[in-house]
Structures are given as structure tokens and as C-alpha cells.
Design a protein around this ligand. Structure first.
Ligand code: FES
Length: 71
């Protein structure tokens, strides 16, 4: 699923960046380019970031924490 249309960043790319050490939106932006243009994807990118971090820390919660975005 594309998260950032401006830069062609997918959910999988964000998950991979988190696995490689991205810990906040600034890191994600540096590593993937997400949210570096119009910024409309920032909220969704952060939701995926936090969900991925939570799943890594508490994998038993992963299936119960769907990524949602109010935008
Ligand atoms: S959709 Fe991501 S910067 Fe525009």
C-alpha cells in the first residue's frame, strides 16, 4: 500500500526502515523520503511507525493494533 504518493513510499518501506532503526518521523523522512513534500502522509507514516514499534516490542498485540488514520 502506498503511504506517500509524492515520493512513492509504501507501508513495507516504512516497516523496513523501522527495522533498520528509524525511531521517529524525522528518521523515516531521512531514510525513505516520506512526508518530505506536501506532508499529507505524515500522520499515516507515524501511525505505521508506532504500530511497527509496538509489534516489535509486544508481538502478541500486533494483530490487535490495526493502523488507522483520521485523515
Ligand atoms: S504524500 Fe507524502 S509528502 Fe506528499
Amino acid at each position: 500500500m502506498y503511504v506517500c504518493l509524492c515520493n512513492g513510499v509504501t507501508e513495507a518501506m516504512i516497516v523496513e526502515a523501522v527495522g533498520q532503526g528509524a525511531r521517529d518521523l524525522a528518521h523515516l523522512t531521512m531514510m525513505t523520503g516520506v512526508a518530505s513534500n506536501c506532508g499529507s502522509c505524515a500522520e499515516m507514516a507515524e501511525a505505521i511507525l508506532h504500530s511497527t514499534q509496538l509489534s516489535a516490542r509486544a508481538p502478541w498485540l500486533g494483530a490487535a493494533m490495526p493502523v488507522t488514520c483520521a485523515a
